[in-house]
Design a protein around this ligand. Structure first.
Ligand SMILES: [Zn+2]
Length: 170
């Protein structure tokens, strides 16, 4: 069982948990899970995250902003598992990002669009970082966490989250 095939399985896990895979793909994943502790642990973690997401939705914590984010995530081709776990920590991360933004010096000569973009970037980067932190230290997620940190640094270079991610990569 190579690392590469585990990575491929990881990418299919959300669809697997959702029952979105074709029967042949689904049995392929099931077969792999039966023989791979790392991947079955990842599935368990994912299922817990999905349960949390459901609780968040049902409690009405997720608002129109969350829908907006899920669209952005799709267009940027972040793996869906990242969105699922990110959504689980959405409430905390969003509050943190907003609080952080409020406590910054008032920006000068910025357009509303620019301010909005920065809030969105900080929030998005903070969510992605929180996801990575949530999975950090779990052996089955090592590669995913590493690529998540790299993604944050590349995509949101000017954010606090990117600064933190940079220290994690080293
Ligand atoms: Zn595996």
């Amino acid at each position: 069982m190579t690392e590469k095939s585990c990575r491929e399985i990881h990418q299919m896990l959300v669809d697997y948990a959702d029952g979105q895979l074709s029967p042949s793909q689904s049995s392929e994943v099931a077969e792999h899970l039966a023989g791979c502790r790392r991947c079955s642990d990842a599935l368990k973690a994912l299922q817990r995250s999905l349960e949390l997401v459901q609780v968040v939705w049902e409690d009405g914590w997720a608002d129109a902003q969350a829908i907006h984010i899920s669209k952005r995530v799709k267009t940027r081709e972040i793996p869906r598992w990242a969105y699922a776990t990110a959504a689980a920590v959405l409430a905390v991360a969003a509050c943190w990002a907003f609080w952080h933004y409020l406590n910054r010096p008032a920006p000068q000569a910025l357009t509303v669009a620019e301010i909005e973009r920065r809030i969105t970037d900080e929030g998005m980067a903070a969510r992605l970082l929180a996801t990575a932190e949530l999975l950090a230290g779990k052996p089955y997620a090592e590669e995913l966490v590493k690529s998540q940190y790299n993604y944050i640094v590349e995509r949101y270079p000017s954010t606090e989250a990117a600064a933190t991610a940079k220290t994690r990569i080293r």
